[in-house]
Design a protein around this ligand. Structure first.
Ligand code: NAD
Length: 477
């Protein structure tokens, strides 16, 4: 039985209730987690508040950084154990799970190193005054985590918060939280003082809602769906609390006729099948200049056909999707697209021998998708790629910007002027030129534009998000 951590101690839910954890690999229950609810969230918030005025709050920045570096080393030492947990919980191939743990360790390393390098400022003002701009923690920060990259998303969200001296309360996703609970244990082992890092497992509508509505939190970092993001922002507004929302995406590749087609095709396939398409930044739209459309989609189709789905141990390109709801949802998108007559350009294959009760879906590549089709507008969150042609630069940009989302985009062209023009015209948080970097890039500020959310995580901007300034005006004559 897994446990939560509140106030430096491992514990079960106050109610004693638990939730089953099923593996998407075979649909079987393999663990139980505490069903934390409002009472547990309240204890966690109190513990975090208390930590700010006790041992955790008294550490200086370099001491906080050292603890984070120790946690980074512990994550590396326990990398295989964490990867196995993550793979069982989410179904991802072992190579992906192992890579996720490398990125997780990197979050604690990057922000541990940054903890004592965030300086305030001195502001020139009137004669006789000294004005200092101090950068301070926000206080108790709440972190609501999705199931697609549980460990990575937890690291991304809490590392900058801890570096700035906040005390954190984490609510991981009920569908996959085993690695998150283990990371919190490793933080205790690293020596984080009681209450610095609290974690409460449970359902979104119970523990998640209780956390985002708690009157004594100072900030919410939410990563998840748009529907829940809106609820979280409403909750934050009720207490006038700042929040960042990292939501969904419908990220395009814009491929021009002068692109390196071989490199682009390989990257496009990788960008949609990564994590079985369950990546907010999945490159799910393929916009191709008309003059090379047939040739390029044939090249992509050739590579797409080789995509194989299997169990984590088979270590193929994709695993199952996370739960039966997600499986039905992805299959519904595929069936509706077929019923609408969209051509299937390629499909991957599901390896023989995968458990029949697992949540496997067929990777599918559709062509000639109209710009107003669901596949061109909605986040599928599965291995489904939608191609469509464009005529010229202006048309390519219009199609790329033609969804409610704005998370990531890639531009494929050898023309330097076009690279810059298109990158500037795209309405999204990150643009890659002749590459595509879904996930990773701990140093690179990341976040949404339009309905993909607001606020920035990763890089130094996350340290600004998770802290506040105080202007101290001193008249000395
Ligand atoms: P989700 O919104 O269903 O759940 C996310 C978290 O919110 C979970 O911990 C869940 O328990 C919690 N939650 C659910 N209901 C809640 C409520 N009423 N109040 C408070 N918390 C609640 O999202 P998901 O299905 O776990 O994740 C998939 C979505 O996350 C996709 O849309 C994906 O694009 C997005 N995502 C975005 C990013 C990003 O950085 N932009 C990264 C990963 C995932």
């Amino acid at each position: 039985m897994a446990h939560m951590i509140i106030g430096g101690k491992t514990c079960q839910a106050v109610s004693g209730e638990t939730l089953e954890v099923r593996s998407p690999v075979d649909g079987q229950v393999f663990e139980h987690i505490p069903r934390g609810q409002a009472a547990d969230i309240d204890l966690a918030v109190r513990a975090a508040r208390a930590a700010l005025s006790s041992d955790w709050g008294k550490l200086n920045a370099s001491e906080r950084g050292r603890l984070m570096l120790k946690l980074s080393h512990l994550v590396t030492e326990h990398g295989e154990e964490l990867a196995l947990l993550e793979a069982r919980d989410t179904g991802k191939p072992m190579t992906t799970a192992r890579n996720d743990m490398i990125v997780l360790a990197r979050y604690f390393e990057f922000y541990g190193g940054a903890a004592d390098k965030v300086h305030g400022e001195v502001i020139p003002f009137l004669n006789g005054y000294q004005v200092n701009l101090l950068r301070e923690p926000l206080g108790v920060t709440a972190h609501i985590i999705p199931w697609n990259y549980p460990a990575q998303m937890m690291g991304r969200s809490i590392a900058p918060a801890l570096a700035m001296g906040n005390a954190v309360v984490v609510k991981p996703a009920e569908d996959a939280c085993m690695s998150c609970l283990r990371i919190a244990e490793l933080a205790l082992e690293a020596g984080f003082p009681a209450g610095a890092l609290n974690i409460v497992s449970g359902l979104g509508e119970e523990a998640g809602a209780a956390l985002s509505n708690h009157p004594d939190i100072n900030f919410i970092s939410f990563t998840g769906s748009n529907e829940v993001g809106v609820l979280v922002q409403q909750a934050a507004a009720r207490h006038a609390v700042k929040c960042t929302l990292e939501l969904g995406g419908k990220s395009p590749h814009v491929v021009f006729e002068d692109a390196n087609l071989e490199l682009a095709a390989t990257t496009v396939v990788r960008g949609i099948i990564q994590n079985t398409g369950q990546t907010c930044t999945a490159g799910s739209r393929l916009l191709v200049q008309q003059s090379i459309y047939d040739k390029f989609v044939a090249l992509v189709a050739e590579k797409f056909k080789q995509v194989r789905v299997g169990t984590p141990e088979m270590n193929l390109d994709c695993g199952p999707v996370v739960n039966p709801t997600q499986q039905k949802r992805v299959n519904r998108f595929i069936e509706q697209a077929k019923a609408a007559g969209l051509p299937v350009l390629a499909q991957g294959s599901i390896a023989p021998g995968v458990p029949a009760e697992g949540y496997y879906v067929m990777p599918t590549f559709f062509g000639n998708v109209p710009a107003d089709n669901a596949l061109a507008q909605e986040e599928v969150f599965g291995p489904v790629l939608a191609a469509m042609p464009f005529t010229d630069e202006a048309h390519g940009i219009a199609l790329a910007n033609g969804t409610d989302y704005g998370l990531l985009a890639a531009v494929w062209t050898e023309n330097g002027g076009r690279q810059q023009r298109v990158a500037k015209a795209l309405k999204c948080g990150q643009v890659f030129i002749n590459s595509f970097g879904a996930g990773g890039g701990v140093e690179l500020p990341f976040g949404g534009n339009k309905r993909s959310g607001h606020g920035r995580e990763k890089g130094f901007l996350a340290l600004e998000e998770m802290s506040c300034t105080k202007t101290v005006v001193h008249f000395h004559g």
